[in-house]
Write a protein that binds this ligand. Structure first.
Ligand code: ME8
Length: 501
C-alpha cells in the first residue's frame, strides 16, 4: 500500500521555530512507522517562497526575493535535518518543476470553466496572504490571527469559482466524516462551507514575485493556490526521470495546524476538483504549541529555538516531549521545566533505566546470552495485540495516544522488574529457571517496545536495537524471537542533564 504524508510548506521569510518542527516531527513519526510496516512511503516537506510578505521582507533587507528564500530554504532544510526528519523530498515553490506544473493545473481549471475576470474589493491580511470575509475581520478592522490592521484592497483579478463547490464539498465531508481529523475541525470546516462560499481571487496584479499566469503576464498566482499545489506537483519531479503521481496521489495525510484549516479544507479540495484531480484522503489538524499564553510565531515574537532544545536534550527527547506533553490535535503549553521533568522521569528513568538494567542483568547473570525460556503468561497477556493497537491508533494519526499505549508497557516492564526481583533470584541456583524466564520476558518486552518507539526515538532505539543484536525494524509481537543470542550493555540512553550555565 502507498502512504503519502506532508507537512505544510513553511514561509520562506520566517525562521524555523518549534511550531514548524512539530508538524515535521509528526509527519516523520507517521512516515517512519509506515515504513516499518513495509508500506511504500513518500514524505514531503519544504518551503513556500512566493508572495507579498517575502517580496517586502527582501526589500527591507535590500536583497532580492530569491536571495531571501535561498537563505531561508537552507535554514528550514537544516531544521528538518536536526529533528531527524526522513522526508523523501524538500520542495521549494521556486523550483522550476513546481512552477511549470502549477501553470498546467491552473490552465486546466480555466479550461474547465472555473476561472473568470473580475474586480476584488475587500479586506486583506498581508501576513495571512488572505482575503477576509466580513465574518473574519477582528475589532477595528484587524486580523484576528496576527492582530495587525487589515488593508482595504481593490484590484482587477482572475477569480476562482469557489462558490461552485459549496455543495460538492459539503457532500464530501458529510459522506467521509473521517477526512478531516479531529472531528471538531471537520465541523468547523463544514460550518464555514455552509455559511456560504464566495469566489476567491486566483491571481494578484500588484505583485511580481509569484508564478505568472500563462494567459495574462500582468498577473501572478495567488500565493495560496501556488503553495497548496506543492503537495501535488512535487510528485511529478521529485525523482528525476520518474513521475510518482499515480503511485502516491491522492495524499494519505496532510498534517497542518488550525491556522490554515480553511485553505486546506475548503480551497484545496475545491481547486483539485476543478482541475479533475482527486482531493487528499485525509488531513490532520493539530493545535498550537503554546509558550505561556500565546502561540509561538515569528510575528508574535515569542519563539523557542528548537536548535537550542535539540543541542541540550537531543532530537529524540524533543520528539518525545512534544507528543507526550501536548495531546495531538489540541493546543498545549510547553515549557523548559516540562521538558526537564519528562526527560528525567520518563526518558531517563522509565525507559533509559529499564534498558540499561535489563541489558546489565543479562550480562551479569547470563554472560550476555538471552535465555531460551517461555515468557510469563501474565506478561505475555499484557503485550497481547500491542503492535496491532499501536498501528490502529497511528492509522488515525493518534500520535500521542499511540505513544501512551507503548509507555504503559514500558512502565509495566519496570513493575515486572520490581515484582520479580531478578537480583534475589540470582542468589539461589534453585531459581535459575525462573530467572531465565524473567530475563527472557524483560528482553523480549524491551525489544517489542523499542521497535514501536523507533518512530518517536529514532536514535536511542537504534542504539538499543544494536545492543539487542537486532537489525530489522519491522514490528514484532512479544515472544516471537527465541533467546540464545547475545546482548551488550549500553551507556545511559538519556544521561542526566548538566545544569545550564
Ligand atoms: O502557513 N504550534 O506557513 P507558516 C504548532 N506557508 N504548529 C505551528 C506553530 C505552533 N505554535 N506555528 C507554526 C504557512 N506551526 C503557509 C503554509 S501549506 C500549502 C502553506 C506550523 O510558515 C503549523 O503546521 O506560517 C502551521 O500550520 C504551519 O507551521 C504554518 O507555517
Amino acid at each position: 500500500m502507498s502512504f503519502y504524508v506532508t507537512t505544510p510548506i513553511f514561509y520562506g521569510n520566517g525562521e524555523p521555530h518549534l511550531g514548524h518542527a512539530y508538524s515535521t516531527m509528526a509527519a516523520d513519526i507517521l512516515a517512519r512507522h509506515m515504513r516499518q510496516r513495509g508500506e511504500d512511503v513518500f514524505f514531503l516537506t519544504g518551503t513556500d517562497e512566493h508572495g507579498e510578505p517575502i517580496a517586502q521582507a527582501a526589500e527591507r533587507e535590500g536583497i532580492t526575493p530569491q536571495q531571501l528564500v535561498d537563505r531561508s530554504a537552507e535554514q528550514f532544510r537544516d531544521m528538518v535535518g536536526k529533528v531527524d526528519s526522513t522526508n523523501d523530498f524538500f520542495i521549494r515553490t521556486t523550483d522550476p518543476g513546481h512552477i511549470e506544473r502549477v501553470q498546467r493545473v491552473v490552465e486546466q481549471v480555466k479550461e474547465n470553466g472555473y476561472v473568470y475576470h473580475g474586480t476584488w474589493t475587500g479586506w486583506y491580511c498581508p501576513r495571512c496572504a488572505d482575503f477576509k470575509n466580513e465574518s473574519e475581520v477582528g475589532p477595528g478592522d484587524t486580523c484576528p490571527i496576527h492582530e495587525i490592521s487589515l488593508t482595504r484592497e481593490e484590484e482587477e483579478n482572475w477569480f476562482f469559482r469557489l462558490s461552485a463547490f459549496q455543495e460538492p464539498l459539503e457532500r464530501m465531508y458529510v459522506e467521509n466524516p473521517g477526512m478531516i481529523q479531529p472531528d471538531f475541525r471537520r465541523n468547523e470546516a463544514l460550518s464555514f462551507i455552509r455559511s456560504g462560499l464566495r469566489d476567491v481571487s486566483l491571481s494578484r496584479s500588484k505583485l511580481s514575485w509569484g508564478v505568472p499566469l500563462t494567459w495574462d503576464a500582468d498577473q501572478v498566482m495567488y500565493v495560496w493556490f501556488d503553495a497548496l499545489l506543492n503537495y501535488y506537483t512535487a510528485l511529478g519531479y521529485a525523482r528525476e526521470g520518474e513521475d510518482l503521481t499515480s503511485r502516491f496521489w491522492p495524499a494519505s495525510w496532510h498534517i497542518l495546524a488550525k491556522d490554515i484549516l480553511k485553505f486546506h479544507a475548503v480551497y484545496w479540495p475545491a481547486f483539485l476538483l476543478a482541475a479533475d484531480l482527486e482531493p487528499p484522503q485525509r488531513m490532520f489538524i493539530h493545535g498550537y504549541l503554546l509558550m505561556g499564553e500565546k502561540k509561538m510565531s515569528k510575528s508574535l515574537g515569542n519563539v523557542l529555538d528548537p536548535f537550542e532544545v535539540i543541542e541540550r536534550f537531543g532530537a529524540d527527547a524533543l520528539r518525545y516531549y512534544c507528543f507526550r506533553e501536548v495531546s495531538f490535535g489540541q493546543d498545549g503549553s510547553i515549557s523548559t521545566a516540562g521538558f526537564e521533568s519528562r526527560y528525567e522521569t520518563e526518558l531517563a528513568n522509565d525507559f533509559g533505566n529499564l534498558a540499561s538494567r535489563t541489558l546489565a542483568m543479562v550480562v551479569k547473570y547470563r554472560d550476555g546470552v538471552v535465555p531460551e525460556a517461555e515468557p510469563d503468561a501474565a506478561l505475555s497477556a499484557d503485550f497481547d495485540s500491542l503492535p496491532e493497537r499501536v498501528c490502529a491508533l497511528l492509522d488515525e494519526a493518534q500520535i500521542g495516544q499511540a505513544l501512551e499505549e507503548i509507555w504503559v508497557l514500558v512502565r509495566r516492564l519496570n513493575r515486572y522488574v520490581e515484582e520479580s526481583q531478578p537480583w534475589v533470584l540470582a542468589k539461589s541456583p534453585d531459581d535459575a529457571a525462573r530467572l531465565d524466564q524473567v530475563l527472557y520476558g524483560l528482553v523480549e518486552g524491551l525489544r517489542v517496545v523499542t521497535l514501536l518507539l523507533h518512530p518517536y526515538l529514532p536514535n536511542s532505539s537504534a542504539t538499543l536495537l544494536e545492543a539487542l543484536d537486532h537489525s530489522a525494524l519491522e514490528l514484532d509481537g512479544f515472544g516471537t524471537r527465541p533467546g540464545g543470542y547475545t546482548v551488550e550493555r549500553i551507556p545511559p540512553l538519556f544521561p542526566k542533564l548538566e545544569a545550564p550555565e
